[in-house]
Design a protein around this ligand. Structure first.
Ligand SMILES: C[S@@+](CC[C@H](N)C(=O)[O-])C[C@H]1O[C@@H](n2cnc3c(N)ncnc32)[C@H](O)[C@@H]1O
Length: 247
């Protein structure tokens, strides 16, 4: 059996009861080497691989899951830019016939949202700026459509040391649309060195080099919609109650 387990930020408080239960009972845990520290407390055999070795990791987990109970661990939720789909795809393509179960986890947008206030309390979209597997044109097209639709936008994989172009081009779209939106930036949500910043798209455009340096692959951005406001230093996306009802 293969359990594809989301572990939230990796912080114990963000593991679900079900994730705890599964990780306590499996024979083997497979994960990215950076997440080993989050699952060592289960005292299981752990197999790790590095960044960009996702296919090897999933193949290994599926091979082992033919005879053992295996947990393939993802940060956040395994179905949000995680390894759950790849596990289903390889299992199907290679005829492994392994039974797969996904165990939900707290995705980083939700942890970030709670730290920022209530920025996701209306229609939102989730976009990854990584152009490793998705063409940049498509990422930018979706981003522009989300802005035109006045959605709240969660940005995963915003930029890395070597991959800054999608972020720069996306912010050029905002500049060309001549709009300004509130932005929440959360780094290392739920982890050591957690940082929360509230700013605006204009401020980011005016200090682009600073933000290109500050934001990294452990950062999640939430861009508000046109109704998003700041109340008591928190980002609030109104649901609309107080426009409709008197209090
Ligand atoms: C490949 S995606 C994995 C997302 C993960 N499956 C989830 O549900 O959160 C990696 C991106 O998620 C975001 N992320 C993951 N963990 C984070 C954290 N603790 N704090 C802030 N952002 C995080 C970052 O944008 C990072 O570049």
């Amino acid at each position: 059996m293969l359990y594809v387990v989301g572990i939230g930020s990796g912080n114990k408080k963000h593991f679900t009861f079900e994730a705890e239960e599964i990780l306590n009972k499996v024979d083997l845990i497979v994960c990215y080497k950076g997440y080993k520290k989050y699952v060592e407390r289960f005292n299981k055999e752990i197999y790790t691989t590095g960044m960009t070795k996702e296919i090897d990791r999933v193949m290994f987990a599926l091979e082992k899951a033919k005879t053992l109970d295996v947990a393939l661990v993802s940060s956040g939720d395994a179905t949000v830019y995680g390894l759950a789909s790849l596990a289903y795809e390889i299992n199907y393509k290679k005829n492994f016939n392994v039974e797969i179960r996904v165990i939900p986890g707290l995705t980083s947008a939700l942890i970030a949202s709670s730290l920022l206030g209530s920025p996701l309390n209306h229609d939102f979209v989730v976009i990854s700026f990584s152009d490793l597997l998705t063409p940049l044109d498509l990422i930018l097209k979706r981003f522009k459509l989300a802005l035109e639709g006045d959605y709240i936008i969660n940005i995963y994989n915003p930029l890395s040391k070597r991959r800054k172009e999608p972020f720069i081009k996306a912010f050029e779209i905002i500049r060309d649309m001549d709009i300004d939106r509130i932005v929440g930036i959360v780094k290392n949500a739920g982890r050591e060195k957690e940082e929360v910043k509230i700013t605006t798209t204009k401020e980011i455009l005016n200090n682009l080099n600073y933000y290109l340096d500050y934001i990294d692959m452990n950062t999640l951005l939430i861009i508000g919609n046109s109704k998003t406001k700041i109340l008591d230093n928190k980002i609030v996306a109104p649901r609309g109650y107080l426009d409709k009802y008197r209090i």
